[in-house]
Design a protein around this ligand. Structure first.
Ligand SMILES: C[S@@+](CC[C@H](N)C(=O)[O-])C[C@H]1O[C@@H](n2cnc3c(N)ncnc32)[C@H](O)[C@@H]1O
Length: 211
């Protein structure tokens, strides 16, 4: 499997080969903003890439922290903010290690999960659960890119297919409340599609030792 590290992503940015990038803010984020399902708050954006969503939220008064471990992405995102006179923090860090000083009210996850090896998914899901305060929200856009090789047992990506059954296992009911409605399907310019859903972070379960 491809070694996934900052060099891998750096090469993509340097060669201007960023097929995941819409060149604009995701229409799903715009929809969540327009319907007020996402309101001004402190929000984290893991794997923020070139920072389209960071800039859009910063322009609307959100307190935004973008996290990305690739130098080129961080540079482009910071330049984007500065050219628009916007204020947001872009932190160069591994999402599997980073811990915010203050928990986020919300996290917007778009194509970071599918960029991580599935081997790291449990750790990443634990990170998101730690990052968000109880009662906060996780806005997820799951990449749908089924691979023929999966039927032969091959793990192929990135982007890795975010199968909805696996997503329920990863973001399970111990920590997350799923809404009644089905996820919304959105198209991606590359011919891929995504499933969007907002989960609510439950309070931490009370340990059976605490009475
Ligand atoms: C597929 S791109 C998505 C970028 C952006 N979210 C978008 O939709 O345009 C994945 C991004 O995640 C970053 N990334 C991948 N693994 C990471 C990790 N472990 N820690 C921090 N950033 C990571 C990459 O540098 C890249 O910018």
């Amino acid at each position: 499997m491809t070694a996934l590290n900052p060099d891998f992503w750096q090469n993509h940015f340097e060669q201007n080969h960023t097929p995941w990038d819409r060149g604009a803010t995701s229409p799903q984020l715009m929809s969540w903003l327009e319907t007020q399902m996402l309101q001004t708050c402190r929000v984290g954006i893991p794997g923020c890439g070139q920072g389209w969503e960071v800039a859009t939220l910063a322009a609307r008064g959100f307190q935004v922290v973008g996290i990305d471990y690739t130098a080129a992405a961080v540079k482009i995102a910071r330049e984007k903010l500065s050219s628009q006179g916007l204020n947001a923090e872009i932190i160069q860090a591994d999402v599997l290690e980073y811990q915010p000083q203050t928990p986020f009210d919300a996290v917007y996850e778009q194509t970071c999960l599918c960029a991580l090896s599935p081997d790291c998914w449990l750790r990443y899901a634990s990170q998101l659960q730690r990052w968000i305060r109880p009662g906060g929200a996780l806005y997820l856009v799951f990449m749908q890119i089924e691979r023929a090789g999966a039927r032969k047992g091959l793990v192929q990506g990135p982007p890795f297919h975010c199968d909805i059954n696996a997503m329920h296992a990863l973001f399970n009911s111990t920590y997350w409340t799923w809404p009644e409605e089905n996820p919304v399907k959105i198209d991606h310019p590359q011919g891929w599609s995504e499933l969007a859903i907002r989960l609510r972070r439950k309070p931490d379960p009370v340990s059976s030792l605490e009475t």
